[in-house]
Design a protein around this ligand. Structure first.
Ligand code: AMP
Length: 299
Protein backbone atom coordinates (compact mmCIF):
# COMPACT_ATOMS: atom_id res chain seq x y z
CA UNK A 1 0.00 0.00 0.00
CA UNK A 2 1.18 3.52 -0.83
CA UNK A 3 1.94 5.30 2.43
CA UNK A 4 2.77 8.14 2.81
CA UNK A 5 1.51 10.19 -0.13
CA UNK A 6 3.87 13.09 -0.73
CA UNK A 7 3.12 16.15 -2.83
CA UNK A 8 5.99 18.47 -3.67
CA UNK A 9 8.33 19.58 -6.41
CA UNK A 10 10.50 17.37 -8.59
CA UNK A 11 13.20 19.75 -9.70
CA UNK A 12 16.39 20.39 -11.54
CA UNK A 13 18.52 22.46 -9.18
CA UNK A 14 21.60 24.57 -9.82
CA UNK A 15 23.43 25.73 -6.74
CA UNK A 16 26.62 26.91 -5.22
CA UNK A 17 27.92 26.39 -1.69
CA UNK A 18 31.35 27.34 -0.26
CA UNK A 19 32.38 23.75 -1.15
CA UNK A 20 31.46 23.58 -4.84
CA UNK A 21 28.72 24.07 -7.37
CA UNK A 22 26.41 21.85 -9.43
CA UNK A 23 24.05 22.47 -12.36
CA UNK A 24 20.70 20.89 -13.20
CA UNK A 25 20.95 18.15 -10.61
CA UNK A 26 18.07 16.14 -9.15
CA UNK A 27 16.26 18.08 -6.43
CA UNK A 28 12.84 19.25 -5.36
CA UNK A 29 10.95 18.82 -2.13
CA UNK A 30 9.10 15.65 -3.24
CA UNK A 31 12.34 13.96 -4.32
CA UNK A 32 14.22 14.57 -1.11
CA UNK A 33 11.17 13.79 1.04
CA UNK A 34 10.30 10.55 -0.77
CA UNK A 35 13.87 9.25 -0.73
CA UNK A 36 14.01 9.93 3.03
CA UNK A 37 10.58 8.30 3.58
CA UNK A 38 11.62 5.26 1.54
CA UNK A 39 13.99 4.16 4.34
CA UNK A 40 10.86 3.26 6.31
CA UNK A 41 7.86 2.90 4.01
CA UNK A 42 6.53 2.91 0.43
CA UNK A 43 5.84 6.51 -0.57
CA UNK A 44 3.96 7.67 -3.64
CA UNK A 45 4.62 11.12 -5.07
CA UNK A 46 2.39 13.71 -6.67
CA UNK A 47 4.23 16.22 -8.81
CA UNK A 48 4.93 17.29 -12.38
CA UNK A 49 8.06 17.07 -14.53
CA UNK A 50 8.81 18.27 -18.06
CA UNK A 51 10.15 16.64 -21.20
CA UNK A 52 13.60 17.89 -20.19
CA UNK A 53 13.63 15.65 -17.10
CA UNK A 54 16.15 12.76 -17.40
CA UNK A 55 14.42 9.38 -17.24
CA UNK A 56 17.27 7.95 -15.14
CA UNK A 57 16.04 9.95 -12.16
CA UNK A 58 12.57 8.38 -12.31
CA UNK A 59 14.20 4.95 -12.64
CA UNK A 60 16.27 5.70 -9.54
CA UNK A 61 13.20 6.72 -7.51
CA UNK A 62 11.35 3.58 -8.61
CA UNK A 63 14.31 1.41 -7.67
CA UNK A 64 14.02 2.79 -4.15
CA UNK A 65 10.38 1.62 -4.04
CA UNK A 66 8.93 5.10 -4.63
CA UNK A 67 5.72 5.07 -6.65
CA UNK A 68 5.76 7.75 -9.37
CA UNK A 69 2.49 7.19 -11.18
CA UNK A 70 1.28 10.44 -9.58
CA UNK A 71 3.98 12.37 -11.46
CA UNK A 72 2.43 14.20 -14.43
CA UNK A 73 4.27 15.21 -17.59
CA UNK A 74 4.33 18.83 -18.77
CA UNK A 75 6.63 20.89 -20.98
CA UNK A 76 9.46 22.04 -18.72
CA UNK A 77 10.58 20.91 -15.26
CA UNK A 78 10.48 23.21 -12.21
CA UNK A 79 13.93 24.74 -11.71
CA UNK A 80 15.51 26.33 -8.67
CA UNK A 81 18.78 28.20 -8.53
CA UNK A 82 20.36 29.24 -5.25
CA UNK A 83 23.48 29.67 -3.19
CA UNK A 84 24.74 29.45 0.37
CA UNK A 85 27.35 31.52 2.12
CA UNK A 86 29.37 30.42 5.14
CA UNK A 87 26.20 30.33 7.25
CA UNK A 88 24.71 27.38 5.45
CA UNK A 89 21.49 27.50 7.47
CA UNK A 90 20.05 29.95 4.98
CA UNK A 91 19.54 29.24 1.28
CA UNK A 92 19.50 32.34 -0.90
CA UNK A 93 17.27 31.97 -3.94
CA UNK A 94 18.60 33.43 -7.18
CA UNK A 95 15.82 32.21 -9.43
CA UNK A 96 12.65 30.11 -9.22
CA UNK A 97 11.21 28.90 -12.53
CA UNK A 98 7.81 27.36 -11.86
CA UNK A 99 7.47 26.14 -15.49
CA UNK A 100 5.09 23.14 -15.64
CA UNK A 101 4.12 23.71 -12.00
CA UNK A 102 2.31 26.91 -12.98
CA UNK A 103 -0.62 25.09 -14.56
CA UNK A 104 -0.33 21.78 -12.66
CA UNK A 105 -3.52 20.33 -11.16
CA UNK A 106 -2.77 17.30 -9.02
CA UNK A 107 -4.51 14.15 -10.28
CA UNK A 108 -4.53 11.80 -7.31
CA UNK A 109 -4.37 8.10 -8.37
CA UNK A 110 -7.05 5.87 -6.85
CA UNK A 111 -4.72 3.85 -4.63
CA UNK A 112 -3.11 7.02 -3.23
CA UNK A 113 -6.51 8.13 -1.91
CA UNK A 114 -6.47 5.30 0.64
CA UNK A 115 -3.21 6.44 2.23
CA UNK A 116 -3.28 7.16 5.96
CA UNK A 117 -0.25 9.43 6.08
CA UNK A 118 0.29 12.53 3.96
CA UNK A 119 3.29 14.79 3.66
CA UNK A 120 2.51 18.12 2.03
CA UNK A 121 6.06 19.07 1.14
CA UNK A 122 6.98 22.54 0.01
CA UNK A 123 4.79 23.46 -3.00
CA UNK A 124 1.94 25.82 -3.92
CA UNK A 125 -0.56 25.74 -0.99
CA UNK A 126 -3.48 25.44 -3.45
CA UNK A 127 -2.05 22.07 -4.45
CA UNK A 128 -1.58 21.12 -0.81
CA UNK A 129 -5.28 21.91 -0.24
CA UNK A 130 -6.33 19.82 -3.26
CA UNK A 131 -4.47 16.81 -1.86
CA UNK A 132 -6.01 17.24 1.61
CA UNK A 133 -9.43 17.09 -0.09
CA UNK A 134 -8.55 14.05 -2.22
CA UNK A 135 -7.26 11.70 0.50
CA UNK A 136 -10.23 9.84 1.96
CA UNK A 137 -9.40 9.21 5.62
CA UNK A 138 -5.96 10.51 6.50
CA UNK A 139 -4.72 9.76 10.00
CA UNK A 140 -1.96 12.34 9.90
CA UNK A 141 -1.28 15.31 7.64
CA UNK A 142 2.20 16.77 7.95
CA UNK A 143 2.90 20.05 6.18
CA UNK A 144 5.93 22.13 5.19
CA UNK A 145 6.23 25.41 3.26
CA UNK A 146 8.76 28.16 2.55
CA UNK A 147 9.08 31.96 2.34
CA UNK A 148 8.20 31.97 -1.40
CA UNK A 149 4.64 30.74 -0.62
CA UNK A 150 4.32 32.78 2.59
CA UNK A 151 5.00 35.89 0.50
CA UNK A 152 2.96 34.94 -2.59
CA UNK A 153 -0.02 32.93 -1.27
CA UNK A 154 -0.52 33.63 2.44
CA UNK A 155 -4.35 33.30 2.38
CA UNK A 156 -4.31 29.86 0.75
CA UNK A 157 -1.35 28.87 2.91
CA UNK A 158 -3.26 29.68 6.13
CA UNK A 159 -6.21 27.59 4.88
CA UNK A 160 -3.90 24.60 4.38
CA UNK A 161 -2.20 25.18 7.75
CA UNK A 162 -5.63 25.08 9.39
CA UNK A 163 -6.18 21.59 8.01
CA UNK A 164 -2.78 20.09 8.83
CA UNK A 165 -2.03 18.06 11.98
CA UNK A 166 1.72 18.68 12.13
CA UNK A 167 3.55 21.74 10.83
CA UNK A 168 7.22 21.41 9.97
CA UNK A 169 8.80 24.84 9.54
CA UNK A 170 12.22 26.34 9.87
CA UNK A 171 12.67 29.07 12.46
CA UNK A 172 12.50 31.94 9.94
CA UNK A 173 9.28 30.56 8.40
CA UNK A 174 7.67 30.14 11.83
CA UNK A 175 8.50 33.76 12.70
CA UNK A 176 7.20 34.99 9.34
CA UNK A 177 3.91 33.02 9.42
CA UNK A 178 2.98 33.80 13.00
CA UNK A 179 4.39 37.30 12.89
CA UNK A 180 6.52 37.08 16.01
CA UNK A 181 10.27 36.93 16.69
CA UNK A 182 9.58 34.52 19.58
CA UNK A 183 9.44 30.82 18.62
CA UNK A 184 7.56 29.81 21.79
CA UNK A 185 4.87 32.36 20.91
CA UNK A 186 4.83 31.07 17.32
CA UNK A 187 4.29 27.56 18.70
CA UNK A 188 1.42 28.62 20.94
CA UNK A 189 -0.20 30.47 18.01
CA UNK A 190 0.12 27.31 15.86
CA UNK A 191 -1.30 25.10 18.59
CA UNK A 192 -4.37 27.36 18.86
CA UNK A 193 -5.26 26.30 15.29
CA UNK A 194 -6.04 22.75 14.26
CA UNK A 195 -2.34 21.91 14.64
CA UNK A 196 -1.47 19.09 17.05
CA UNK A 197 2.27 19.59 16.80
CA UNK A 198 4.65 22.23 15.52
CA UNK A 199 8.20 21.25 14.63
CA UNK A 200 10.72 24.02 14.20
CA UNK A 201 13.83 23.01 12.27
CA UNK A 202 16.87 24.98 13.30
CA UNK A 203 19.30 23.78 10.64
CA UNK A 204 22.57 22.56 12.14
CA UNK A 205 21.24 23.39 15.63
CA UNK A 206 18.61 20.66 15.68
CA UNK A 207 14.82 20.71 15.90
CA UNK A 208 12.15 21.65 18.43
CA UNK A 209 8.90 19.74 18.84
CA UNK A 210 6.00 21.55 20.49
CA UNK A 211 2.85 19.61 21.41
CA UNK A 212 0.03 20.57 23.79
CA UNK A 213 2.03 21.12 26.93
CA UNK A 214 5.22 19.32 26.08
CA UNK A 215 8.43 20.43 24.48
CA UNK A 216 11.20 18.27 23.01
CA UNK A 217 14.53 19.56 21.79
CA UNK A 218 16.51 17.32 19.43
CA UNK A 219 20.17 18.24 19.12
CA UNK A 220 21.86 18.96 15.82
CA UNK A 221 24.33 16.28 14.75
CA UNK A 222 27.88 17.70 14.94
CA UNK A 223 28.71 17.28 11.25
CA UNK A 224 32.29 17.91 10.24
CA UNK A 225 31.74 17.38 6.58
CA UNK A 226 28.96 19.61 5.18
CA UNK A 227 28.80 20.09 1.43
CA UNK A 228 25.26 21.06 0.53
CA UNK A 229 22.29 21.45 2.89
CA UNK A 230 19.72 21.64 0.06
CA UNK A 231 16.82 19.35 0.80
CA UNK A 232 17.60 18.81 4.49
CA UNK A 233 14.22 20.23 5.49
CA UNK A 234 12.44 18.00 2.98
CA UNK A 235 14.42 14.96 4.15
CA UNK A 236 13.41 15.78 7.71
CA UNK A 237 9.70 15.95 6.84
CA UNK A 238 9.81 12.86 4.60
CA UNK A 239 11.66 10.73 7.14
CA UNK A 240 9.44 11.99 9.99
CA UNK A 241 6.26 11.05 8.09
CA UNK A 242 7.70 7.81 6.69
CA UNK A 243 8.75 6.64 10.15
CA UNK A 244 5.27 7.35 11.55
CA UNK A 245 3.64 5.55 8.60
CA UNK A 246 5.80 2.53 9.35
CA UNK A 247 5.29 2.46 13.11
CA UNK A 248 1.62 3.61 13.14
CA UNK A 249 2.13 5.12 16.56
CA UNK A 250 1.30 8.79 17.14
CA UNK A 251 2.26 8.91 20.82
CA UNK A 252 4.44 11.80 22.02
CA UNK A 253 7.33 9.36 22.59
CA UNK A 254 7.14 8.07 19.03
CA UNK A 255 6.87 11.59 17.58
CA UNK A 256 10.18 12.27 19.34
CA UNK A 257 11.77 9.22 17.68
CA UNK A 258 10.42 10.38 14.31
CA UNK A 259 12.05 13.79 14.91
CA UNK A 260 15.36 12.06 15.59
CA UNK A 261 15.14 9.92 12.43
CA UNK A 262 14.26 13.08 10.48
CA UNK A 263 17.35 14.79 11.88
CA UNK A 264 19.56 11.78 11.11
CA UNK A 265 18.59 11.57 7.43
CA UNK A 266 18.85 15.35 7.07
CA UNK A 267 22.34 15.24 8.59
CA UNK A 268 23.49 12.59 6.10
CA UNK A 269 21.94 14.52 3.22
CA UNK A 270 24.08 17.59 3.97
CA UNK A 271 27.25 15.52 3.46
CA UNK A 272 26.90 15.50 -0.34
CA UNK A 273 25.51 17.55 -3.23
CA UNK A 274 22.00 16.84 -4.52
CA UNK A 275 20.86 13.37 -3.40
CA UNK A 276 24.33 11.79 -3.69
CA UNK A 277 24.84 10.95 -0.02
CA UNK A 278 21.31 9.56 0.31
CA UNK A 279 22.13 6.98 -2.36
CA UNK A 280 24.76 5.29 -0.24
CA UNK A 281 23.41 5.30 3.31
CA UNK A 282 22.11 2.06 4.76
CA UNK A 283 19.89 1.18 7.70
CA UNK A 284 23.00 0.40 9.79
CA UNK A 285 24.12 4.01 9.23
CA UNK A 286 20.79 5.30 10.55
CA UNK A 287 21.01 3.13 13.65
CA UNK A 288 24.63 4.16 14.28
CA UNK A 289 23.71 7.84 14.24
CA UNK A 290 20.52 7.15 16.29
CA UNK A 291 22.74 5.81 19.06
CA UNK A 292 25.04 8.82 18.78
CA UNK A 293 22.02 11.15 19.09
CA UNK A 294 21.08 9.38 22.33
CA UNK A 295 24.62 9.74 23.67
CA UNK A 296 24.79 13.44 22.77
CA UNK A 297 21.81 14.28 24.97
CA UNK A 298 22.66 12.10 27.96
CA UNK A 299 23.49 14.04 31.10
P1 AMP B 1 15.01 22.65 1.44
O1 AMP B 1 16.48 22.88 1.33
O2 AMP B 1 14.66 21.44 2.24
O3 AMP B 1 14.23 23.84 1.85
O4 AMP B 1 14.48 22.31 -0.05
C1 AMP B 1 15.23 22.50 -1.20
C2 AMP B 1 14.48 22.05 -2.42
O5 AMP B 1 13.28 22.84 -2.56
C3 AMP B 1 15.27 22.27 -3.70
O6 AMP B 1 15.65 21.03 -4.23
C4 AMP B 1 14.35 23.07 -4.62
O7 AMP B 1 14.21 22.48 -5.89
C5 AMP B 1 13.01 23.10 -3.92
N1 AMP B 1 12.37 24.42 -3.99
C6 AMP B 1 12.95 25.64 -4.09
N2 AMP B 1 12.03 26.62 -4.13
C7 AMP B 1 10.81 26.01 -4.05
C8 AMP B 1 9.46 26.48 -4.04
N3 AMP B 1 9.15 27.79 -4.12
N4 AMP B 1 8.48 25.55 -3.93
C9 AMP B 1 8.77 24.24 -3.83
N5 AMP B 1 10.01 23.74 -3.86
C10 AMP B 1 11.04 24.60 -3.96
Amino acid sequence: MIDPVIIGTVALDSLETPFGSVKNVLGGSACYASIAASFFSKPGILSIIGKDFPDKHIKFLNKRGIDTKGVALGEKTFRWQGFYEFDMNEAKTLRTELNALESYKAEVPKDYKKAKYVFLANIDPELQLAVIDAIKKPELIVMDTMNFWIEHKKVQLMKAINKADVLVLNDAEARQIFNTPNLVKAASAALKLNTKALIIKKGEHGALLFTDNKHFNAPGYPLENIKDPTGCGDCFGGAFTGYLAKTQDLSEANLRKAVVYGSIIASYNAEGFSIERLRSIKHEDLEKRYKEFKDIREF
